[in-house]
Design a protein around this ligand. Structure first.
Ligand code: PMP
Length: 365
């Protein structure tokens, strides 16, 4: 048998992974790409120059391993997050990894695993159950309301009954866009027997208060994960982080791979953070565009779900898959997230949004 003839089925794969699908947002070469919730504005030239210079400087040390604890980067992230939330934080409260996906995986490695469970309110971010599967954590799906918002009292009751080791609350929620009202988050925290991960990947686009404000009150439970992939326009740099009590970071140290954040990543992320004000200036533009796109969709007879993030879930389509393909044929890549009758569009530049709205007039409903 040649190496090309060996199939996945021939491998001694873990039984529990057989038949599963990998995460797979299509990466198609289409003129208008509004499918993975990135910031459509490229980094400003000053940031590009600063990242280039920072990488140049550290390149002379590439023969050495990087700072395993990424202390300087965590200090910078603590300064940013303290400024954004008003909560005093130090590097002891911060942890960083290659995207918040890696942060979430480390959380499940430390607090989940065989014989343990994680609960999420669906539909939500598809990687939560995939990371649970990868770490052999049982996945417990719990429902949202028909309008995709969280019914917090029901949520707290289910959490109390099922007693998961980990609860995921995605706020704003991907792919539906709504946030959990700050005041209601404590209902979930009080009901949860263990860890509560508030996934705030899109927090900068939202007007809600951050769960970071509650870390002091729930230090043994609450972990807030964030990312530089969305508002920070740094998806290609792969930098996610979390805020929690220092003991949580001690726990993650037990599962993280040594030197997981490369010298290049640490240097580039620190340089990008120095330009946070310029990058985050796009957030207001994107929020305004979000409202314009939502209104235009309404005007076209669609039903956009109210969003607090940089994307909009909208319907209805008789056949969402066919309509998705029709968007692609019209040069616009959006996302079929598997919710019957709905598609999700990321907010782009005004020109990209216009192209999306023009295509929306053409696609079958
Ligand atoms: N959480 C949510 C809710 C997301 O939508 C995403 C990206 N799609 C992530 C986490 C992970 O992003 P990254 O690994 O790029 O930080």
């Amino acid at each position: 048998m040649t190496s090309d003839e060996v199939r996945l089925e021939d491998l001694p794969l873990r039984e529990d992974l057989r038949g599963r699908s990998p995460y797979g947002a299509p990466q198609l070469d289409v003129p208008v790409r509004l499918n993975t919730n990135e910031n459509p504005y490229p980094p400003p030239q000053a940031l590009v120059d600063d990242v280039t210079e920072a990488v140049r400087e550290v390149a002379a040390n590439l023969h050495r391993y990087p700072d395993r604890d990424a202390i300087a980067l965590r200090q910078d992230l603590a300064a940013y997050l303290s400024g954004a939330t008003g909560v005093p934080l130090t590097e002891r409260n911060l942890w960083a990894a290659n995207g918040s996906n890696e942060v979430l995986q480390q959380i499940l490695q430390a607090f989940g695993g065989p014989g343990r469970s994680a609960l999420g309110f669906e539909p939500s971010y598809s990687m939560h159950p995939i990371i649970a599967a990868g770490t052999r954590t049982d996945w417990v799906p719990a429902p949202r309301r028909d309008d995709f918002m969280l019914d917090t009292e029901t949520a707290a009751r289910i959490v109390g009954e099922r007693k998961p080791d980990i609860v995921f609350v995605t706020s704003p929620n991907n792919p539906t866009g709504g946030s959990i009202p700050f005041a209601e988050l404590e209902l979930v925290l009080r009901a949860a027997p263990g860890i509560v991960v508030v996934d705030e990947a899109y927090a900068e686009f939202s007007s809600q208060r951050s769960a970071v404000e509650l870390i002091g009150s729930y230090p043994a439970q609450l972990i807030v994960s964030r990312t530089m992939s969305k508002a920070f326009a740094f998806a290609g740099g792969r930098l996610g982080y979390l805020a929690a009590a220092p003991a949580v970071i001690d726990a993650l140290q037990l599962v993280r791979l040594p030197y997981h954040l490369s010298l290049l990543t640490q240097a580039a992320a620190r340089a990008a953070l120095r330009h946070a004000d310029a990058t985050l200036a796009t957030v207001a533009k994107l929020a305004a565009e979000r409202e314009r796109v939502a209104e235009s969709l309404l005007g076209l007879g669609f039903s956009p779900v109210p969003s607090d993030a940089n994307f909009i879930l909208f319907g209805r389509f008789a056949d969402a898959r066919a309509s998705w393909q029709s968007y692609v044929d019209n040069g616009v890549l959006i996302r079929d997230v598997g919710i019957t009758g709905h598609l999700r569009v990321t907010i782009g530049t005004p020109e990209e949004n216009d192209a999306f709205l023009a295509a929306s007039k053409e696609v079958p409903r």
